[in-house]
Design a protein around this ligand. Structure first.
Ligand code: GLU
Ligand code: ZN
Length: 292
């Protein structure tokens, strides 16, 4: 059974880039006769915008998406994340860290894929009483690699490319990396189709899956939609909310953006006509494999 999902963060309304990601994961799951789940990633309560979840859900409905089962909210799942953290603690794979951002910047000597690598200062020390601590997952000199269905082979050397990373913050909130891994596993997700901005996170997620004894899904990272300045569409780049009318034309634009459907498109008389055709013709191809 194929299970895909769309996992928006409720930090603002859906924009064209998020629509493209939703369309890709929907077509991927439905073209394989699978289920498609909707998960609201509101684990980071500090970034949550009031009303954004409701707005996202209403927009998805209007665009003709039909999800399977109930919508899942990460904010209601802390116990499950806590349980995963306990399992990592039992295996001695995590440790508390009381370093400030500045201390890390000042003490780090190596750069990884996302800036300064945490130098492991707190690894040998027990927690300092009275200080709130983050929890970091230990990384070793292990290479984690995977075949992305679109981007081809990817790999990282965990200790030198990433370093010990935070899975629970000092303010008590679980990190995206931990929450997404626990939820994908417990929801039985087999196919993760999402934007290429998360390509670099995937090795951390696979590393966590291995540490927690979970299966690794198939990953496909779709090309990012960029604005005229070459920036990723996001709330920070003031991406426009999706229009509430012209739904069919906006969806056609999203389908055009994705290089996984035969062109030219036929004329679509209705939304359901469009969805039926897109699901029937969807085929993810790996550009890395087709070039000689
Ligand atoms: N919540 C993440 C985002 O909106 C997506 C997570 C995922 O698809 O793994 O960027
Ligand atoms: Zn520390």
């Amino acid at each position: 059974m194929v299970i895909g999902r769309f996992a928006p963060s409720p930090t603002g309304p859906l924009h064209f880039g998020s629509l493209v990601a939703a369309v890709a994961s929907y077509c991927d799951a439905k073209s394989q006769g699978g289920q498609w789940l909707l998960r609201i990633e509101d684990v980071d309560q500090t970034r949550k915008v009031p009303g954004a979840s409701e707005d996202i859900i209403a927009t998805l409905k209007r665009y003709g998406f039909a999800w399977d089962g109930d919508i899942l909210y990460q904010s209601q799942r802390s116990e499950l994340y806590e349980e995963a953290l306990s399992r990592l603690r039992e295996q001695n794979l995590v440790y508390p860290c009381t370093c400030s951002r500045k201390e890390i910047a000042d003490s780090s000597t190596r750069q990884g894929i996302e800036g300064a690598i945490y130098p492991g200062t707190c690894r040998p020390f027990p927690i300092k009483p009275g200080m709130s601590a983050a929890w970091r997952l230990k990384t070793e000199h292990e290479v984690i690699g995977f075949e992305d269905a679109i981007q081809g082979h990817q790999q990282h050397q965990m200790a030198t490319d990433i370093g010990d990373f935070v899975i629970k913050r000092a303010d008590g909130l679980f990190s995206y990396q931990l929450a997404v891994v626990v939820d994908d596993a417990l929801q039985g997700v087999t196919h993760v189709v999402r934007g290429a901005d998360l390509l670099q996170s995937t090795t951390r997620q696979i590393y966590l899956q291995k540490s927690l004894g979970y299966a690794t899904p198939v990953y496909a990272h779709i090309p990012l939609v960029l604005n005229e300045q070459g920036q990723k569409l996001s709330k920070q780049t003031l991406a426009n909310a999706l229009p509430q009318d012209n739904v069919k034309d906006t969806l056609i634009n999203a389908l055009h953006f994705l290089p996984f459907l035969p062109k030219p498109f036929p004329t679509f008389l209705s939304l359901s006509d469009l969805w039926r055709w897109a699901i029937d013709h969807w085929q993810i191809t790996n550009p890395a494999k087709t070039t000689i």
